[in-house]
Design a protein around this ligand. Structure first.
Ligand code: SF4
Length: 370
């Protein structure tokens, strides 16, 4: 049996740059799309691994749904040509409401995509406008309706918390509107104010005041409680799924399984090497090489803990031993004494995991372990 492998494909084009976004995404570069797809296909040829099978595919961005359907069809058929997919591969594609068309969704369906993720963010139009999103909530509803009509059953909605001017009641209304669309998965992300973004300038100038820490925590707790009441299990800090619908691609990344990344800014991880393709579109189009980092055993062990503790299941002792040839206890036993005594981490059924309290102060736990 071939060893499974994840695959990430980055589509860096966006209709407009959102106010909070520092992702490698570009507006107004539609003219580069065809050349970009050619480069992607060339990279598939270069990185194809005939002895591995793709168990998860994630097409992210940017806005993959901005790609014209014929270009997305080329990407999907080239992926199938260059990679061997498992029978039950999870194949996700990010879609932005306001850009999805029935034709595009049918191309995804025919190309083997079986999971869609919509960047819905918030029910309130004033918040969507503040974020610089191009869509309305009515377009979220229409996107989901179209997706269902095209046969997609596994749908995620991304929601945002801690936005300027957002209230707890706004979050309640957003959750209720999102749940009425019957998603299988919800991601509830706290806003991170990134350097150099319009969001940072507006927050720092005082024009867009952020909710205080207690209010933001209340929003997060509201998500946890409401989603639990609706049968969603939290499996990662920001991610909730109905039974059987956790995103396998992301869970594998947090379990530090290997994956290939294709496209500008895409990262990949194989053996003890992590690589990142050039983030600038022009560099990627000029076939500039990826940057590679060789991980030391200590870096690799810390990665396992840092990523694994994001998940509610935690870090598997057995997987750690298999991956690194040493036990989790022998590497971190001493450093774990303090967070264990403080009730921030616990051992449970062969896993090291954060407690509920530890989840709130995850960064300080990681500092202890560094
Ligand atoms: S749609 Fe996503 S990737 Fe594009 S600008 Fe907005 S946040 Fe960034």
């Amino acid at each position: 049996m071939k060893k499974p492998l994840g695959l990430y494909v980055h589509i860096p084009f966006c209709a407009r740059k959102c106010a909070y976004c520092d992702f490698a995404s570009f507006a107004g570069r539609e003219g580069d799309m065809a050349a970009y797809v050619n480069c992607l296909i060339a990279e598939m040829e270069k990185r194809a691994l005939p002895n591995r099978q793709i168990s998860t595919l994630y097409i992210g961005g940017g806005t993959p749904s901005l790609l014209p359907p014929e270009l997305m069809a080329r990407v999907l058929s080239a992926l199938r040509r260059h990679f061997d997919f498992t029978q039950d591969a999870e194949c996700s594609c990010e879609c932005n409401p306001g850009t999805v068309t029935e034709e595009f969704l049918r191309v995804l369906k025919n190309g083997g995509v079986n999971r869609l993720s919509f960047g819905a963010q918030a029910r309130q139009e004033h918040l969507l406008r503040l974020l610089g999103r191009i869509h309305t909530w009515a377009q979220v509803e229409e996107g989901v309706r179209l997706a269902r009509a095209c046969g997609f059953e596994n749908l995620n909605l991304d929601l945002m918390l801690g936005l300027p001017a957002q209230t707890v009641q706004n979050v309640r209304d957003t959750l209720s509107a999102a749940l009425s669309l019957s998603p299988t998965h919800l991601s509830c992300y706290g806003l991170i104010v990134e350097e150099g973004t319009k969001m940072q300038a507006m927050v720092e100038s005082g024009q867009w005041p952020l909710p205080d820490e207690d209010t933001e925590r209340e929003m997060y707790e509201l998500c946890r409680e409401t989603l639990a009441q609706h049968g969603f299990a939290q499996y990662e800090i920001s991610n909730f799924a109905l039974p059987g619908y956790a995103c396998r691609h992301n869970a594998d990344c947090w379990r530090r399984e290997e994956y290939l990344g294709l496209g500008s800014a895409a990262c990949g991880f194989l053996g003890n090497i992590r690589y990142q393709n050039p983030p600038a579109l022009s560099d990627y189009l000029a076939h500039c090489p990826a940057q590679e980092t060789v991980l030391s055993p200590e870096d690799a062990q810390f990665e396992s803990v840092m990523l694994g503790l994001r998940m509610t299941e935690g870090v598997s002792e057995e997987a750690f031993l298999r991956m690194h040839g040493v036990s989790l206890q022998s590497v971190y036993g001493e450093k774990l004494k303090k967070p264990l005594a403080q009730g921030l981490v616990e051992w449970k059924d062969g896993f090291l995991r954060l407690t509920r309290r530890g989840m709130d102060v995850q960064n300080s736990v990681l500092v202890e372990l560094l």
